[in-house]
Design a protein around this ligand. Structure first.
Ligand code: SF4
Ligand code: SF4
Length: 93
């Protein structure tokens, strides 16, 4: 699970390092190892691993994280389908 990468460059995950207290909660709850701790602050290692589950944002006691659950992935899938001139809801038979 830790090496899974989702749709590239679409995640809405944001980290405000100034607010981060280094409590490690995001590291503990993230199922895809998106964060590490460096110099007592959380750091995003690879944004594209984020599946926008929202667990980090919900559990961050310093309100240093924000993510809009499912938005980036959904937008990426729709944009990708539009580039291919296909409806994202179409089914090929
Ligand atoms: S949960 Fe929030 S305060 Fe704690 S390390 Fe992560 S970003 Fe920093
Ligand atoms: S939203 Fe979920 S997958 Fe993305 S960084 Fe937060 S805990 Fe990890």
């Amino acid at each position: 699970m830790k090496n899974i990468v989702y749709v590239k460059n679409v995640t809405t995950l944001k980290l405000n390092t100034d607010k981060c207290t280094g409590c490690r909660m995001c590291i503990n709850v993230c199922p895809h190892a998106v964060f590490i701790l460096e110099n007592k602050k959380a750091v995003i290692t690879n944004k594209d691993r984020c599946m926008e589950c929202g667990a980090c944002s919900l559990n961050c006691p310093a309100n240093a994280l924000s993510v809009r659950s499912g938005v980036g992935c959904a937008a990426g899938i729709i944009q990708s389908a539009l580039k291919q001139k296909k409806s994202p809801l179409s089914v090929e038979i």
